[in-house]
Design a protein around this ligand. Structure first.
Ligand code: NAD
Length: 500
């Protein structure tokens, strides 16, 4: 029987009332295993109303109450890592070890949220003028919404809600309709941890649900992670509706390899970062820029390693790379490889037409490696979001930097070198939000914020870390004067108040 995934509103399952459902497919078999309820405007309104009501008490709850619940949630999440990873693998397709990795990185943000008391400490200046003190405090916003992509169905929601609720907000999550089960399991664990009903809600769906969140007058802020065109739309629409917005978009992440780099280490890193999770990561390396005479040797080392990757179902412990999310996406990825030669690239490895015995209906594609890709090629310009690595060649560091900085995207980037001076120059000169030095996927730890530049992020705040706390709170400054009874009356003074 087909499993049904329903909404989670007010601390319990809410059956879909709109009558509209979307299919959820196991990408390794191509089989529709689940149907997910799509929320109507009225169902989104119901979730926001419940969250608004819950904010009245949650926004006033003590830090001790909030953090004790988050500590219990952390313990439950830790105990249920495997189960959540299995849900991810069944709907996303990534291999189990990779799914466990995403849960672990989400847990880092829960760790951060458990320590929210330290981050929310205000500032106090005493005696700024005679008997006058000034305090800066930060307060929650109210109901905040999160809209998340398919590629990290547990981690990306956890980039948002632990900090949002730790700051005293209530939350409505609209996860990807392609792999919705993990978000509901997280909601159940939050409830088990003692989170009051209505503080965390999940509504599933498509544009109808998203658009209602973007225009709803009671939603105060929107966090979005997904593709660039939708991120731009979310930022424009939610801003026009007066909301605070952070909208993280797509990427084309470059890895520069300088002639002095350890080429074996660089090849290991390029292969892991390009083909891990079948390239469906916003921090995947999708373009290697080989600088100087090392190009041929580097491409050969990448080819040797890439050819050995074992592709198969994510629940097979011997698989290193799983299928792509949908057949349509698989076909789109394949079209970039098919067109690459005509665009002037050398096709070193062609992963199109790949299949896995016994799983012929899965969304499979093999490993593709394209060399000497011109910057005019679509395979270079677009975010492919699949296991396709483009190699570009340049004579100098400056030309390589120019390529990276000309990209409309600026999410992550990396440099591989033994030259500290070159690495330092790169980290200052490159136009990207996250930089790795001999680190191919520089995803910041929870207590540093994550975010790209240019078309990879719209809005002023990066996500989680201090930026997260700032995003989910607003500042207030309180100026207090307690006159001494012995003070002479100040009398009326129409001049602008001065401190003395
Ligand atoms: P997507 O933009 O298609 O979908 C993201 C969310 O937006 C989903 O919840 C979806 O239901 C909703 N959505 C889709 N179309 C919409 C529309 N027309 N109107 C309103 N809402 C809409 O992204 P995806 O395919 O799920 O995820 C992959 C993309 O996300 C890639 O581009 C990847 O780079 C990006 N991503 C970025 C980051 C980052 O941190 N910058 C992290 C993960 C993924």
């Amino acid at each position: 029987m087909t499993k049904i995934v329903n909404h989670w509103i007010g601390g319990k399952t809410a059956e879909g009332a709109s009558g509209t459902y979307g299919p959820v497919t196991n990408p390794a078999t191509g089989e529709v295993t689940t149907k997910v309820a799509f929320a109507s405007v009225e169902e989104v309104d119901a979730a926001v109303a419940v969250a608004k009501e819950a904010f009245l008490s949650w926004g006033q709850s003590s830090l001790a109450t909030r953090t004790s619940i988050l500590f219990r949630f952390r313990a439950l999440l830790d105990a249920h890592r495997d189960e959540i990873a299995e849900l991810i693998t069944a709907e996303h397709g990534k291999v189990h070890s990779d799914a466990l990795g995403e849960v672990a990185r989400g847990l880092e943000i829960v760790d951060l949220a458990c320590g929210i008391s330290v981050q929310l400490k205000g500032e106090l200046s005493t005696q700024v003028a005679s008997r006058v003190d000034v305090a800066s405090i930060r307060q929650p916003l109210g109901v905040v919404a999160g809209i998340t992509p398919f590629n990290f169905p547990a981690m990306v929601p956890m980039w948002m809600f632990p900090l949002a609720i730790a700051c005293g907000n209530t939350f409505v999550l609209k996860p990807s309709e392609k792999d919705p089960s993990a978000s509901v399991r997280l909601a159940e664990l939050l409830a088990e941890a003692g989170l009051p009903d209505g503080v965390f809600n999940v509504v599933h769906g498509d544009k109808v649900a998203v658009d209602r969140l973007l225009e709803h007058p009671d939603v105060k802020a929107v966090s979005f992670v997904g593709s660039t065109p939708i991120a731009r739309y979310i930022h424009t629409t939610a801003s026009a509706n007066g909301k605070r917005v952070q909208a993280l978009g797509g990427a084309k992440n470059h890895m520069l390899v300088l002639p002095d780099a350890d080429l074996d280490a660089a090849a290991d890193a390029a292969v892991s970062a390009a083909y891990g999770s079948a390239g469906e990561r916003c921090m995947a390396i999708s373009a290697v820029v080989a600088v100087g005479a090392i190009g041929d040797e580097l491409v050969e080392k990448i080819r040797e390693r890439a050819e050995k990757i074992k592709i198969g179902p994510g629940d097979d412990p011997t698989s290193e790379m799983g299928p792509l999310i949908t057949k349509a996406h698989r076909d789109k990825v394949a079209s970039y490889v098919a067109g690459a030669a005509d665009e002037g690239a050398e096709v070193v490895l062609d992963g199109t037409g790949y299949t896995v015995d016994g799983h012929e209906d899965g969304h499979w594609i093999g490993i593709s490696l394209l060399d000497r890709v011109p910057t005019s090629a679509k395979a270079y310009q677009d975010e492919i979001f699949g296991p396709v690595l483009c190699v570009l060649r340049t004579e100098t560091y400056e030309e390589a930097l120019e390529i990276v900085n000309s990209s409309p995207f600026g999410n992550g980037t990396a440099i591989f070198t033994r030259d500290g001076g070159a690495a330092r120059r790169f980290q200052l000169e490159v136009e990207a939000g996250m930089v790795g030095v001999n680190v191919p996927i520089p995803v910041p730890v929870g207590y540093h914020s994550f975010g790209g530049w240019k078309d990879s992020l719209f809005g002023d705040h990066h996500i989680y870390g201090n930026d997260g706390t700032h995003f989910y709170t607003r500042g207030k400054v309180v100026t207090t004067r307690w006159p001494d009874p012995a003070d002479a009356p100040t009398g009326v003074d129409l001049g602008f108040p001065r401190n003395h």
